[in-house]
Design a protein around this ligand. Structure first.
Ligand SMILES: Cc1ncc(COP(=O)(O)O)c(C=O)c1O
Length: 400
């Protein structure tokens, strides 16, 4: 059975990480090597996760309680929790689900005297054009925080040059993963200094703890292989365990409970070394191959088929969502044919409007019908075509 998501890391990278855990090297040196690898402009923060850095950013900006933040409507719930825990008010901005770009006309209509910041997330591996967003922000003197957690494309893009901060994640299910870690480009020198100073006050994850993480993901990578994944899936179901819950809890970086206290760490030195290796060795051709496979799959959809991102400028299929009339039913049929599609592969949510009586946003409508295909670059063409043929009759257009 094809697993819902393949970890983007080689056995040799995991082995490298394990060996690094046995070595006591100078972490300050790794931090500065990573910073200069990322950018020559002295504008980089290395941290434990995007959520860690975002929490630190909100602490550092210290915006007045009640300030409003325009948020692109699809993100992970904990980014919203972090805004709320800083007494900020998220205001959803709908997304055009064909281009996967924010509806810039909604920025203007959502602006109030209390608006201070825009948080915009590129989703599904699709990088939107931010020109209108940054122009709008410049006009109204707003911070722009660009969430690139799902769009590291190894093509030298360090974020939009006019964004205040751009955040990249190397978490376990991300492109070029280092099983955690994040890199921020911070374009305000003073903010960069403050955040770099404050992050050093966080305790460091021990080499042993990172060693355990590497062992866990070595095991997951092993069972991630299509030849044994199906047997394990069936075995879990026989034991009356929900494989969905198990996969989600195994790949979750932080447990439920007080998030802020779990975030305030620095990565282990071995993790910094692994991240440096990933950045040095990862090639944009890997992404181009993934993109080509994605488009090969879509070419077997009917001519008028609609899917989130079907008119996107730069879609690289980090995950591959489609909309179907009955996601559970399609998922079941795919499973019978050896494809583990999922309804919740990346825990994304669509923010509801503050007024519950207003009609749902396009983002909400799409997420209510979404199914993430088990898509991977290593899938042979015949299976890509088989997958496309299986889902084609169920594909549904969502428009608003
Ligand atoms: C859109 C988005 N933002 C933020 C994050 C958080 O990244 P991290 O795991 O590095 O905290 C994720 C993680 O999946 C994400 O998808």
């Amino acid at each position: 059975m094809y697993p819902r998501k393949c970890l983007d890391i080689k056995a040799s990278d995991l082995l490298y990480g394990l060996l690094r855990c046995l070595n006591q090297t100078n972490r300050i040196e790794w931090v500065s090597k990573l910073q200069s690898k990322w950018s020559s402009s002295n504008d980089t923060l290395i941290c434990y996760s995007v959520r860690t850095g975002f929490n630190l950013l909100l602490d550092s900006l210290n915006l007045p309680a009640g300030s409003e933040v325009l948020v692109s409507a699809i993100t992970i719930p904990q980014m919203i929790d972090l805004l709320k825990s800083h007494q900020l008010v998220p205001v959803p901005i709908d997304i055009n689900m064909e281009s996967l770009a924010v509806k810039s006309e909604h920025l203007e209509s959502s602006l109030t005297k209390k608006t201070r910041m825009i948080l915009v997330a590129h989703i599904f591996g699709c990088r939107m054009d931010l020109t209108e967003v940054v122009n709008f922000a410049a006009k109204h003197d707003l911070f722009v925080i660009e969430d690139c957690a799902q769009v590291f494309l190894a093509d030298g893009y360090l974020g939009h040059p006019s964004a205040t901060v751009s955040m990249f994640s190397f978490g376990a299910i991300k492109t070029a993963t280092a099983l955690g870690g994040a890199i921020f480009t911070i374009r305000q020198a003073e903010l960069n200094q403050v955040m770099n100073r404050r992050v050093k006050e966080y305790p460091t994850i021990t080499q042993f703890s990172f060693f355990q993480r590497l062992i866990k993901y070595s095991f997951l990578r092993l069972v991630n292989h299509s030849s044994i994944y199906g047997s394990i899936f069936t075995f879990l179901e026989l034991l009356r365990h929900d494989p969905d819950q198990i996969v989600m809890s195994l790949t979750r970086s932080f447990q439920t409970g007080n998030l802020s206290s779990q975030l305030q760490y620095q990565p282990a030195t071995a993790q910094l070394a692994l991240l440096y290796r990933r950045l040095s060795q990862y090639r944009t051709e890997t992404i181009e191959r993934r993109q080509a496979s994605g488009y090969k799959l879509t070419r077997h959809f009917p001519d008028d088929a609609w899917w989130p991102g079907c008119h996107a400028k730069k879609h690289t299929f980090w995950i591959f969502p489609i909309c179907v009339s009955n996601p559970l039913q399609t998922r079941l049929r795919l499973k019978e044919h050896g494809f583990d599609a999922t309804l919740a592969s990346s825990s994304l949510i669509a923010l509801p409007k503050a007024d519950k009586n207003e009609s749902p946003t396009e983002a909400q409508l799409v997420l209510s019908k979404i199914l993430y295909l088990p898509f991977d670059v290593s899938m042979p063409s015949k299976d890509l075509i088989r997958l496309a043929d299986l889902v084609a009759p169920d594909i549904t257009r969502i428009s608003k």
